[in-house]
Design a protein around this ligand. Structure first.
Ligand SMILES: *Cc1c(COP(=O)(O)O)cnc(C)c1O
Length: 434
């Protein structure tokens, strides 16, 4: 099936292969649950998107929103492709700097910034994308205190029209905490000019998991009107305009992928019209996808440990729970689940595929039709490369799983599984309890 092939998956003699590797062998050799990442797919998705942008407007860059997948190897892979990075926290910036990504390639789109956040950013020459007018004074003071020159500043604008796969991932609208609204934008930029910033950028990010590019249109239209008004009124030139991430992927076999040509028409062509109209010749076009670049590049391998028929319902109990992958529990998100050995038997049954966490919401796949399972079988949970490991936890004192990378037919262990010692390592028992 084409849908599987695009994600690097295929059955050979009834065995599931991912990135040309036998999934059952991996599961047996490395243990489960385990995250497996295909280097090739990360590179493919990046190139595909970059080519689309390059075909329309050369002065562009893609910033990987690394909260989707902050594994250091993923950062290195994307850096080697030429990617830039969008960080939501100083911890993420730390990881980028640690692997040698230059500060000039990083935008810090935090929210609810503390002075410590600002200090870390300014000390490391990281561009800050502000989220509230009130933060401007504090940031300017930190530049002054550290004796650093105020160069570029950017604000996150909230264009009010949001979109996304779940209410928690819609990030624009009057009642949403992010960004500044239309009526405060002029004030923000004129104050930024006033405190001495010389160059300007602007940013929107309206939501996550948008599979229909048309959903971006209203927000983009409004954004560009705001930008025109700003440029005209304050006589400022924009170094860059950032259009955010949000590009969705097909989690379900019947879903069509995001139409990149249509996305280009909605986002990049409108930007080009703006460039023609005003003083935007040198303005860089930026997007910051997370999910699009990494989601399809990873699967989780998990083992069925218990088949339970309670007389009403059939459960397939697996060793991956919402500690391993929280998206189904948190967002009701769909992750397709397939067997690692394709059974010749035609018999299929409907299972609730459930994890080992002591909460009844620990359901990875509801009512899934799968070929008849036995205890000991291996399953693959698909599209787990974004908001998978980064949102995992050690809830129920279950150590976080390992991650492996497949590159050119070789397997690399890129993260050890946590151990029991790791779970207790940071704790101290006060004397009176010893
Ligand atoms: C999360 C986030 C992104 C990436 O979202 P995706 O849906 O994964 O593309 C981009 N920009 C900002 C500011 C974000 O917070």
């Amino acid at each position: 099936m084409d849908w599987l092939k695009k994600k690097g998956l295929e059955y050979r003699d009834g065995v599931l292969y991912f990135a040309n590797m036998n999934t059952i062998e991996i599961a047996e050799n490395f243990g489960t649950p385990i995250y497996i990442i295909s280097e090739e797919i990360v590179r493919k998705r990046y190139k595909e998107l970059k080519n689309i942008l390059d075909s329309e407007y050369g002065n562009n860059s893609i910033h990987f929103a690394m909260k989707a997948n902050s594994n250091l190897s993923i950062l290195k892979i994307l850096e080697s492709e030429g990617a830039n990075f969008d960080c939501t926290s100083t911890g993420e910036i730390y990881a980028c700097l640690k692997v040698g990504i230059p500060p000039s390639k990083i935008i810090y789109t935090g929210n609810m910034f503390t002075n410590n956040d600002f200090e870390f950013a300014v000390k490391n020459d990281i561009l800050v994308n502000l989220d509230s007018i009130s933060q401007l004074k504090r940031l300017a003071k930190i530049y002054d205190d550290l004796g650093k020159e105020k160069n570029t500043i950017s604000f996150r604008i909230n264009p009010e029209f949001g979109a996304g796969h779940h209410s928690h991932t819609i990030t624009a609208g009057k009642t949403i905490k992010f960004g500044i609204l239309d009526n405060q934008v002029l004030e923000a930029y004129s104050k930024a000019k006033g405190v001495g910033f010389k160059k300007f950028g602007a940013h929107i990010h309206i939501g996550s998991g948008i599979i229909n590019a048309g959903d971006f249109e209203k927000a983009i239209d409004k954004y560009l009107i705001i930008i025109m008004k700003l440029a005209d009124t304050l006589d400022i030139a924009f170094e860059f305009l950032d259009f955010g991430g949000g590009l969705g992927i097909p989690y379900r076999p019947e879903e069509d992928p995001l139409d990149l040509e249509f996305y280009k028409t909605i986002v990049l062509k409108k930007f080009k019209e703006l460039v023609k109209k005003g003083n935007f010749e040198g303005t860089k076009f930026i997007i910051e996808p997370g999910r699009y670049l990494s989601a399809e590049a990873s699967i989780i391998l998990t083992q069925v440990n218990t088949i339970k028929d309670n007389g009403f319902k059939l459960f397939a109990g697996i060793d991956a729970g919402f500690n391993t992958l929280i998206r189904p529990t948190m967002y009701g998100a769909y992750h397709h689940i397939i067997t690692c050995n394709k059974k010749d038997k035609d018999e299929t049954l409907t299972y609730d595929v459930v994890g080992p966490i002591c909460e009844s919401g620990d359901i990875i796949g509801k009512e899934r039709e799968l070929s008849k399972l036995e205890e000991g079988d291996f399953l693959a949970i698909l599209d787990t490369g974004a908001y998978g490991f980064t949102m995992s936890s050690s809830y129920n004192s279950r150590p976080r799983s390992a991650e492996i990378l497949i590159a050119q037919g070789q397997i690399f262990k890129i993260r050890k599984a946590e151990t029991f010692e790791d779970l207790t390592a940071n704790q101290e028992i006060p004397k009176h309890l010893k």
